[in-house]
Design a protein around this ligand. Sequence first.
Ligand code: ZN
Length: 434
Amino acid sequence: MIVFRARRAVVEGVERPAAVLVSGERIEAVLPVDAPADAREVVIADDEVLLPGLVDTHVHVNEPGRTEWEGFATATRAAAAGGVTTIVDMPLNSLPPTVDVAALQTKRAAAEGQCAVDVGFWGGAVPGNAGELAKLHAEGVFGVKCFLLDSGVPEFPPLDEGGLRAALAAVAEHDGLLIAHAEHADAIRPVSGRRYADFVASRPPEAERTAIATLLRLARETGARVHVVHLSAAAALPQLAAARAEGVPVSVETCPHYLALTAEEVPDGDTRFKCCPPVREAANRDALWQGLADGVIDMIVSDHSPSPPELKRLEVGDFGEAWGGIASLQVGLPVVWTEARRRGHGLAQVVGWMAQAPAARVGLRRKGRIAPGADADLVVFAPDEPYTVGELHHRHAVTPYAGRPLTGVVRRTWLRGAPADGTPRGRLLRRGED
Ligand code: ZN
C-alpha cells in the first residue's frame, strides 16, 4: 500500500486536499489528507498538485511500417514524461493501416513489450471495409476513424457519402463510435509557397463546416455515435451545439495547438506549425476556448503526428510540400495549462478536458480520474514552475513549441501504482475489458 498525501489534488472534478490510498495497481480509497494509513507515504510538495494521469485518445504512433516517424517505445516514453498514462493509437500512417483484425493483431504484436504507458487502438473505416467494423469492435478497438478527404497516405483512402453512411450504419448496429477527420475537399484549394496566410486561406473554416454538416446529417439518419477529431474552425461550433441540443450523440475534440498558437505568430516558411486543419487566427482561438467553457467541445487531445524532419521540408519552408502534423505528446499539459490559466480556468477543468472526458468517451472507466477503483495512474504537476521545452523523448525533436515560455512542469508520473519511468510495463487495452 502507498498513500499519496497532497494539499492539492484534483479529485472528481474539484481541487482539494486528499490522501490517495493505493493498493497494488488501483486506488483503494480517497481519504482526508491527514487520515492515518498503514502504508508507505509519498508526500506531494506544497508547490505541486496531484492529478490523474492524462488520457490522450489521438496519437499517431506510426509503428509498424513508419517506425522512423515515431514508435511505441519513443511515443510512450514521451507520454510518461508528459503525464500521459494512456494513449489510443490512430489506425493510419502505420503499415498496414488498422482496417481489419489481422492488421490489428500485427499492430498489437509490434506494440507488445515496448510500451511505457497503457495503449489502446482505433480501427479504421475505409471504402469497402464496413463488413470489418463489427469484427474490429469485437476485438477491442475503441472505435473507428475515417477521413472525409484525402488522408495524406494512399493506403488509407477517404469515405465518400455512401461509404460514410455504410460505416455509420455498421457502427450503429454494434453501438460503436465513429470518429471523423472532418474537412471537405470541395472547399480546399491547392497551395504552395512559404506564406502561412496562403496556407490558412487554402483550408477555410467552410471546409470543416461542410464536412461536419454531412457527418451530423448521417449521424441523425443512422443513429450512430460520432466524434469530430481536431476541431480547428470555431465557425462550426453553432451547428455542433445545435446537434447536441437535439440529442445527436456527437462529441468534439480540439488540440493544444489550436488553443495555444495563432496564425498571426506563425513565421512564413516555418512548416513546424503545419497541421490540417490549420492553426487559425487569434479570434478563432478565443472562440475555441469559449467552446470548451460552454461544453460544446468536450476534450483536448494531442493529435501527436510526427514525421521525420526531412518531411517537414524545413529548409524549403513550403507549406504545400511539408507533412502536416505537430508533435506534442510530451508537452501538451504545460501548453494547455499556460493558456488555460491565463484565461481563468483551473487545473480541475484542464484535467476534465485532458483526462476525464476522453476516458469517458471511449469507455475507459478506470482511467482519467482519482477515485476508488480507478487505476492508480497519477501525476505530480508543479503548476507555477516555468517550463521551456527541453529534452523530448519523441523520436524527432521537431516541435513548434521549442523555445516558447510555458508554465507547469510534470515532475513524476505513476502508472498503475508504479513509477512510469520508461520501463515498458504498459498494457495493451481493449474496449470494455474493465
Ligand atoms: Zn490525427
